[in-house]
Design a protein. Structure first.
Length: 451
């Protein structure tokens, strides 16, 4: 016979009476050993929602309302529709428990007089911030095997627009008229004249290798070329490409050029090419050889996919660059960037002295005393002269202006950083000038009597 005493389930007609919130002014009781054991279990299995809800209920019954809110919020982040988690959150916050009919799914929309979930979210937002922010029309991008972000994200590389603040043109490069003329004849004129380019069958692609002693403005000239072309500019260094994971360096190199193709016309500037494209015969690591191979593939640009992508590269040691990078169709044109000439040194000195307190500085004398100095050397000269005047002012307690003596003294104390480079380049130009690659360097060394 069936039992005449039916069970009495908890139905909407007999709602649970919410416990009083733990803000009664009494001191909060200490946690029981059972709660401590449950905390250890939750720490071992943080994604176990029923176990976490059991801990939240015990905390609430013991008067630990704040801790119960945190546990219920964590459970809701994993199971937003769980009716038990919602009921516990409502009890912990002192609101009425949401009425959910037995054996029926919870109503998705909040009805009038129900629990204010928006207010609850704001209250616990600082306790447990949301893990993800997504919209229905977006999909989570797949991660790479190393846990990094989307490998196809173009924003990973900074693309400078031609009209961005700080953009420069060749007119902003002081002096160096010979370099400007070479750039105009070999690189810029064909790019600026589409009719002539079409007439002579000139493709909208090109590569130019800038080489010379360090600190002489190769990077600045590359930016100026981008400004002259009205093109976007991407600067790439070894840190942007090399990766510890197998295959990621090649992928990064490919992504640089894919970004440039999407942003065409675009100038890709490969800084320190001797690091990115070192001679494979001297490279023992397979990863570096594969990176050079990938760079060669990108420069070839099959099916003219590189139209509108202009590749500029800079190096201090062109003799360490893989010979395949300099074959026709790749970085086949070279330009020697020498230490700044007289007009360039005049412009650089005035630039670095313009915001400093100076008086009766004879820039002409300083220009003559700094023959062979690089742009970085000239900046160092101005900095040292300012230090001398500053120390004198500190000793005497009277402000003293920077004068010609300070700058000439600094120039005399500083040796040009270009001298070691010319010492190494001299041997290459004399004994390793295969095919006349370094004829321009050899002519300069003879003219400057450095042979």
């Amino acid at each position: 016979m069936p039992d005449d005493t039916p069970d009495t389930p908890n139905t909407p007609d007999t709602p649970e009476t919410p416990d009083a919130p733990a803000t009664s002014g009494r001191p909060e009781p200490a946690e029981s050993p059972l709660i401590g054991s449950l905390r250890a279990a939750v720490a071992a299995a943080p994604a176990d929602v029923p176990l976490r809800l059991h801990l939240a209920e015990l905390l609430l019954d013991a008067g630990h309302g704040g801790a119960a809110v945190a546990e219920a919020a964590f459970a809701l982040s994993h199971a937003p529709g769980d009716p038990q988690a919602r009921a516990l959150m409502a009890r912990a916050l002192g609101g009425p428990a949401p009425s959910v009919p037995v054996e029926q799914p919870a109503a998705p929309a909040r009805q009038g007089g129900g629990f204010d979930w928006t207010a609850a979210e704001q209250e616990v937002g600082d306790v447990l911030p949301p893990r993800f922010v997504a919209t229905p029309d977006t999909k989570e991008a797949p991660l790479a095997v190393d846990g990094s972000g989307d490998p196809g994200d173009a924003s990973a590389y900074d693309v400078e627009a031609p009209d961005a603040p700080g953009s420069v043109r060749l007119a902003d490069v002081g002096g160096m008229q010979e370099v400007k003329d070479r750039l105009e004849a070999a690189f810029l004129a064909p790019m600026r004249n589409p009719e002539l380019r079409k007439l002579y069958g000139k493709s909208l692609r090109g590569g130019l290798l800038l080489y010379g002693p360090p600190g002489c403005g190769k990077t600045f000239i590359a930016r100026a070329v981008a400004g002259e072309l009205g093109a976007n500019f991407i600067s790439v260094s070894i840190n942007d490409v090399l990766d510890m994971w197998v295959g990621n360096s090649e992928r990064n190199m490919h992504q640089v050029f894919e970004t440039a193709r999407r942003q065409a016309p675009c100038v890709v500037f490969l800084d320190e090419l001797d690091a990115l494209g070192a001679k494979r015969s001297r490279t023992q690591h397979n990863g570096m050889r594969n990176t050079v191979n990938q760079l060669l593939t990108e420069l070839d640009g099959v099916d003219d996919v590189n139209d509108g992508v202009f590749v500029l590269a800079a190096t201090n040691v062109p003799w360490d660059v893989d010979i395949a990078l300099r074959r026709p169709g790749r970085l086949d044109r070279t330009l020697l960037v020498l230490p700044p000439d007289g007009p360039a040194r005049d412009a650089i000195l005035r630039y670095h002295l313009r915001d400093r307190p100076i008086e009766s500085v004879d820039v002409g004398k300083i220009v003559k005393a700094t023959e062979g100095f690089s742009g970085a050397d000239l900046a160092h000269v101005c900095e040292s002269a300012a230090e001398t005047a500053l120390l004198d002012s500190a000793r005497t307690g009277t402000i003293r202006m920077i004068n010609t003596k300070d700058v000439l003294g600094a120039a005399k104390a500083i040796r040009p950083s270009t001298e070691p480079w010319f010492a190494a380049a001299r041997n290459v130009a004399m004994f390793a000038n295969e095919g006349g690659v370094y004829d321009e360097l050899l002519a300069y060394l003879k003219k400057a009597r450095k042979l």
